[in-house]
Ligand binder design. Structure first.
Ligand code: SF4
Length: 303
């Protein structure tokens, strides 16, 4: 298998079969300071891109061998640089059965109409948006010269209006770079206009390309409070068993009326007593469950 990897268990998306459209080398128009891949010069093309028919043949083969929930399009870098993306998405939709089609993009090309067109056939589009402040964006994502964060934000807004499926924005927080409350206040303004299905907030959890540090889980929680009325998933791999909080019934209902909690939030933020209160509220129908792009969220029932 040259273009397929996994399936890999992902807490955010379920069992994921990966497609790598650039297996030989990193192909990315960003050089993010937190990248898990090796440092490399930014490029806006994929050298020797695979033929659509070869990728499809491997995916078909994977159907007979593995069980998975989503087919994830990646490219050892940025998958929207793949020149036959629209055709690939159409072909995958023809064979995917009940699986969902997911793409992980850095958003750099979303201002292009043809890319938004190609992505219309995707079930879950996960677009990165680490900062909307030009100076911070340059520091953290280090895109090739002609990439402008204002164009990206405008492109995401357009895409959100046109796109009928699930749009997830991901903000990756790096210590000392985009971890200020002011950053998140600016992000909040943009995100409110974009109105995504879900916002994922994460930090560095694997060795990065450059000498940068993650932030603590508590910082992610603090920053997430700046984002209003969103389904927010805080991604953290750390063991958070010592940091639970105690909620009364009314505190829990008030909190969930402002911001739905994910399964992970319930596990990481509530102490045992609060979990009992949560379970009772769920049984009594005062809390409702909703699945957002594969993640369960709980909110206060609107009466
Ligand atoms: S967009 Fe992704 S692949 Fe590209 S440099 Fe950033 S983290 Fe690495």
């Amino acid at each position: 298998m040259r273009y397929i990897f996994g399936p890999i268990a992902s807490r955010r998306f379920g069992m994921s079969l990966g497609i790598d459209l650039s297996p030989d080398k990193k192909s990315c128009n960003f050089d993010c300071i937190y990248c898990e891949l090796e440092k490399s010069a930014e490029r806006d093309t994929i050298e020797n891109p695979p033929k659509v028919k070869d990728v499809i043949s491997e995916v078909k083969d994977a159907f007979s061998r593995f069980d998975f929930d989503v087919i994830t399009i990646t490219a050892n870098g940025e998958p929207t640089l793949y020149p036959y993306l629209k055709e690939l998405v159409e072909e995958l939709n023809g064979i995917k059965e009940d699986k969902k089609l997911l793409i992980l993009s850095n958003s750099s090309t979303i201002s292009k109409k043809e890319i938004r067109e190609a992505l219309k056939g995707i079930d879950i589009a996960k677009l990165s948006l680490d900062s909307v402040i030009p100076k911070t964006f340059k520091k953290i994502d280090r895109g090739i010269k002609n990439i402008d964060i204002n164009d990206i934000v405008d492109g995401i807004k357009k895409f959100s209006k046109e796109f009928k499926n699930e749009l997830i924005l991901e903000v990756l927080v790096v210590k000392g770079i985009n971890d200020k409350v002011e950053e998140f206040r600016e992000l909040n303004k943009a995100i409110k206009e974009i109105n995504p299905t879900r916002v994922d907030i994460s930090t560095i959890d694997r060795p990065p390309a450059y000498d940068v540090q993650p932030v603590e889980y508590e910082k992610l929680v603090e920053l997430s409070r700046e984002l209003e009325s969103q389904h927010i998933f805080i991604a953290s791999r750390k063991d958070l068993s010592a940091k639970k909080e105690s909620y009364t019934k009314s505190e829990l209902l008030k909190t969930l009326s402002k911001r739905p909690f994910s399964d992970e939030d319930i596990k990481n933020l509530l102490d045992d007593k609060s979990k009992e209160i949560f379970e009772k509220l769920k049984r009594d129908g005062e809390i409702v469950e909703k699945s957002v792009a594969g993640v369960k969220f709980y909110a206060k029932e609107k009466k």
